[in-house]
Write a protein that binds this ligand. Structure first.
Ligand code: URA
Length: 445
């Protein structure tokens, strides 16, 4: 099939055949489609959409574009996890060793930060020596030994997503339900898990800003996973303000260690405990919610989850002493406080602007291939709902490059809105979509 005919069909709003979708994915993978043709089809998909059947075919074709990891020789249910990306979202780094300490095997392929969102791999690389580019052989043997392993996407697994994601990032074609669903689910189908917990972020700092869109994305991914025999559920979680109190790389690793030591911020800890409990239930290690939660909390208080993190860091070549002495993580040379202009209550702390502030400080990339300053980042002193007095610090910026501070301060200053009354409490978990139905905990317009 000719690329131009497939592009024209989607441009004119037609549903694509399975053959057309396969021809596109094969063409992107083997290079017979040029980037400009692939970009044109991506933009047509953003504008005209794809129905559920097309989205399923796209996912399957992308999952088949490379090798699929076979973990059958490792006993037990393998439970994967994926987030659609946010600001201060360090959940996977805590969740993997925590679920592993409860007897779950957690294979996890993660991404780098792009745009205003942070990336698990960049955060992990702030641990001296930590390697994320492992061979499949190393990945599976660490999974057998430790129960969890966090790696980067390899050239052999879902190469179609690797190419398409890079193109989408530079052609304004990220924010599309079928493209996000196929990107996430193709990786998860290839990763070797038998069950999956998804965290669909919703709000200012997320790709899905409206709850109804986040719910549609969650439904689409649960449908695709379930149809492929992967027991899948999705939580829709609020991403209007940063998660936890650290945004960056080494500062987020330090916060992960706090959570595993029982001293982490409550929003982050509660979300991690909820997701880990679902992983324990899906992995068959408990049958009741309360038992699963007790098991997860016990893995934190006993230190078992911290031990798993140490073990995983050692096996991936990193310096595990950071777990006991986070002071040895890279630390920025300078700090600057962004303070409250008046007294009142913090109404909102815009996750998008805080994420952009972190990038401006050097913690993220403006474009693919940029290097990242592993010690640049932000500590959040005030969360939405907190009372503030004029002059009190709201954000603490960590930086090395003086030339970056001005732009960062400007963004950070706009991020915090102070009002006279405390804002209404809003639940962090907005909804739950699974193969037996769904519950929304917020009203949808
Ligand atoms: N995460 C992914 O892996 N892919 C997307 O398209 C968006 C978030």
């Amino acid at each position: 099939m000719r690329a131009v005919d497939i592009i024209r069909a989607k441009r004119d709003g037609e549903a694509l055949s399975r053959e057309a979708i396969e021809s596109f994915v094969c063409g992107v993978t083997d290079g017979s489609w040029d980037d400009y043709q692939a970009s044109a089809l991506l933009m047509a998909i953003v504008l005209k959409g794809m129905n559920a059947v097309e989205t399923g075919w796209l996912t399957e074709a992308m999952a088949r574009s490379g090798e699929r990891v076979n973990l059958d020789h490792i006993s037990g249910i393998k439970v994967g996890k994926h987030s659609t990306g946010g600001v201060g979202d360090k959940v996977s780094i805590v969740l993997a060793p925590l679920a592993a300490a409860c007897g779950i095997v957690v294979p996890k392929m993660s991404g780098r930060g792009l745009g205003h969102t942070g990336g698990t791999l960049d955060k992990l690389e702030s641990i001296p020596g930590f390697r994320v580019a492992l061979s499949l052989q190393e990945f599976t043997s660490i999974l057998e030994e430790v129960g969890c392993c966090l790696i980067s996407q390899t050239d052999n697994i879902t190469p179609a997503d690797k190419k398409l994601y890079a193109l989408r990032d530079v052609t304004a074609t990220i924010e599309s339900l079928p493209l996000i669903a196929a990107s996430v689910m193709s990786k998860k189908l290839a990763e070797g898990s038998t069950a999956l917990v998804l965290d669909v972020k919703c709000g200012r700092g997320a790709f899905m800003q409206r709850p109804a869109d986040a719910r549609s994305l969650a439904r689409a991914m649960v449908t695709i996973g379930t149809a492929a025999g992967l027991r899948t559920e999705a939580f829709i979680t609020r991403m209007d303000a940063p998660l936890g109190r650290a945004v960056g790389n080494s500062v987020e690793i330090a916060e992960c260690i706090q959570v595993l030591s029982g001293t982490g911020p409550s929003d982050l800890t509660d979300l991690i405990v909820k997701l880990a409990s679902r992983m324990v239930l899906l992995g068959g290690k408990a049958t009741a919610d309360a038992d699963a939660e007790a098991m997860v909390r016990q893995a934190i208080t006993s230190g078992a989850a911290r031990d798993r993190l140490r073990h995983m860091i050692r096996c991936q070549g990193g310096d595990a002493t950071v777990v006991d002495d986070p002071g040895t993580l890279p630390r920025a040379g300078h700090t600057h406080h962004v303070t409250a202009a008046k007294s009142g209550y913090l109404q909102s702390l815009d996750a998008l602007l805080v994420g952009r502030t972190a990038v401006a400080l050097g913690a993220g990339r403006d474009k693919k291939g940029d290097s990242v300053d592993l010690s640049a980042g932000i500590l959040v002193h005030k969360k939405p709902g907190d009372a503030v007095s004029a002059g009190e610090p709201i954000l603490e910026l960590h930086y090395n490059d003086e030339g970056r501070l001005g732009a960062a301060v400007q963004l950070a200053t706009q991020a915090a809105v102070i009002g006279d009354k405390a804002p209404a409490d809003t639940p962090l978990i907005m909804g739950w979509v699974h193969d037996r139905g769904e519950q929304m905990f917020v009203a949808l317009p």
